[in-house]
Design a binder for this molecule. Structure first.
Ligand code: FAD
Length: 549
């Protein structure tokens, strides 16, 4: 007998699942219900449509119901809101958004990919005209229309995460002066604070005003537009406001149907994306996922995992043994010619999860060899298990080549790889693309030196309180331009000759510009019986760790 598979939600997870299912099962009857007017649209492209970088709205629409019908024999119903599930009868109730008419549809298997909803807190004035969230094509159309009609000169973006920064860039691209208000003391809250510092610097250099560690309290209508009030007592004029303060899982259907929920109210699923009902499957932003590195349970609102899970559900429905391995949170964000990316655990998430035995190295290599014009630094932080070198996470920031390095490390994490694997990785190289020792190899080598005991690390967190002897091995002119308070300067070239100036009984914490000369110095000192440790990443790292100094 032909089985009937109903899918709720027709974008990232839902559309992927439907298409894969058809490829594996030519007989199944597959029906996709999508509440909105479009299926399979590019939600990730919406900020760029607002910014007019993508000019043609049609480019956002990756597939139509007609294409699904003709190519895949899949019945896609748009403007079809699934309002209830009757688990006992194996039916759903569907409301036609245009007419309000309801109908009942029977299923053998039900797949939920309902996504998430932008958070819109109940702040006074939040419903005033000119305050937007961004999730759908109509949302982006409304923002564009406001910009075209009102021609505002100022914008406030509430939230400095991925979508907030992309919106800031795109609004600035349209000529608006942008302020970002962010509750955390840093932009890009998923990053460790010192890595987010690079993003802060770029945003401010491009004229974005940042109100960090501050919270919006209310909105007020003024003669010229809106005024945004914050907890600190500040206020900002805005011709338009975009709320980008995160999403919450769209779980109304699951809750009403009594499905088991997990962390942050997400739908609890097995590693084969099965819910607490054996005939109901769920995926994407709405489900609870375990972190691949820390095992922490939470929500991961990213397109890659949703797509992957869509394939897994289709596989499993066709008797295959596919399993979701856990989310790494591999993500990238670009703004004003700058890129930040991360994968796996951050130092703060490891701390939160109580993971011990962690070490971090920082490095700042060029994205390609220095002798080829245009080399740009990549600021890279690699986290690994000190005892055996297992790679736990990485974050990077820079203008070029950032995402490529994070992707390599993401794959290594996925394979349970170690810093020795990064050290040995054979990667693309020609002068305009990289270096024979790629930044990823460098990160692996530096970390491997730590694991092997060839290089000891000093704790950046204690640099200003420790009684260690601080040795700066840069050239005098570099030292004169700025140094860690209390550090003594003996350049690497003079070190062997001036060894007698160093204390024998104290730890010596060594820094240079980015960490390389300090490593050489540590090797010299260690082989002369001195207790030397490297301040990883050197003065470049100090500057982002202690930006206010
Ligand atoms: P969605 O793709 O959101 O699809 C859910 C669909 O279900 C919605 O269309 C909704 O209308 C429909 N639906 C919900 N309930 C019902 C119901 N009861 N009946 C019928 N239909 C229903 N991720 C990245 O990895 N990289 C990026 O660069 C990136 N940029 C983004 C930019 C923006 C502006 C946004 C909004 C998201 C971005 N994301 C990005 C996140 C990514 O789009 C989501 O993680 C992904 O789309 C989640 O897939 P999903 O299938 O769970 O939900």
């Amino acid at each position: 007998m032909k089985r009937r598979v109903l899918i709720v939600g027709g974008v990232a997870g839902g559309a992927t699942c439907a298409a894969r299912l058809r490829r594996l099962d030519e007989q199944a009857e597959i029906v996709v219900f999508e509440r909105g007017p479009y299926v399979s649209f590019a939600n990730c492209g919406l900020p760029y449509y607002v910014g007019n970088v993508i000019q043609d709205e049609a480019k956002l629409l990756l597939a139509s119901p007609q294409l699904f019908r003709e190519r895949f024999n899949i019945d896609v119903r748009i403007n079809a809101d699934v309002v209830a599930i009757d688990r006992a009868k194996h039916t759903i109730r569907v409301k036609d958004v245009a007419t309000g008419c309801e109908s009942t549809e029977a299923y053998d298997e039900l797949v939920l990919s309902p996504g998430a909803l932008p958070i819109r807190p109940n702040w006074p004035g939040v419903d005033l005209p000119g305050i937007f969230t961004l999730r759908t094509v109509p949302d982006s159309r409304a923002i564009r229309a406001w910009l075209d009609d009102r021609k505002p000169s100022t914008a406030v973006v509430v939230g400095g995460g991925f979508i907030g920064l992309e919106m800031a860039e795109n609004l600035a691209h349209r000529g608006l002066a942008v302020t970002i208000v962010e509750l955390a003391k840093q932009v890009m809250p998923p990053l460790d604070p010192e890595m987010a510092e690079y993003a802060r610097q770029r945003l401010e250099a491009k004229g974005v005003t940042l109100a960090l560690g501050d919270a919006v309290t209310s909105f007020e209508q003024t003669e010229s537009g809106l005024r945004v009030h914050t907890q600190s007592g500040a206020s900002f004029d805005a011709g338009i406001v975009v709320l980008a303060i995160g999403v919450r899982p769209e779980t109304r259907l699951a809750v009403d149907a009594g499905l088991k929920l997990g962390a942050r109210g997400c739908i609890a699923v097995s590693n084969q994306m099965q819910t607490s009902d054996e005939h109901i499957w769920a995926m994407g932003d709405a489900v609870e996922l375990s972190n691949f590195v820390t095992g922490e349970l939470g929500m991961v609102a990213l397109a890659g995992p949703a797509n992957r899970q869509g394939r897994i559900v289709a596989d499993v429905l066709c008797g295959r043994d596919s399993k979701y391995r856990g989310a790494q949170g591999t993500a990238v964000c670009g703004f004003f010619g700058f890129t930040v990316a991360l994968t796996g655990a951050t130092e703060k998430s490891l701390l939160r999860a109580g993971v011990k035995d962690v070490a971090a190295v920082y490095l700042h290599p060029g994205h390609h060899v220095g002798y080829y014009p245009g080399a740009q630094p990549i600021h890279l932080k690699l986290l690994f298990r000190r005892s055996d070198g297992r790679v736990l996470g990485a974050q990077a920031a820079g203008e070029q080549g950032v995402e490529r390095r994070i992707d390599v490390i993401a794959t290594t994490i996925q394979m349970n790889g170690t810093v020795f694997d990064l050290e040995d990785a054979e990667l693309c190289y020609a002068p305009q693309y990289g270096s024979a020792k790629d930044p990823v190899n460098f990160a692996g080598m530096i970390a491997a030196n730590v694991v092997r005991g060839d290089a000891e690390l000093a704790a950046w967190s204690e640099v200003e309180t420790s009684d260690a002897f601080l040795l700066d091995v840069r050239e005098p002119q570099e030292f004169a331009a700025g140094a860690i308070p209390g550090a003594i300067n003996i350049s690497l070239g003079q070190l062997r000759a001036r060894m007698n100036e160093l204390p024998v009984a104290r730890e010596i914490w060594v820094n240079c510009g980015v960490g390389q000369r300090a490593y050489y110095a540590c090797r010299i000192l260690a082989q002369n019986g001195l207790n030397a440790r490297n301040l990883s990443g050197g003065y470049s790292t100090y500057r982002v760790l202690y930006p206010e100094r």
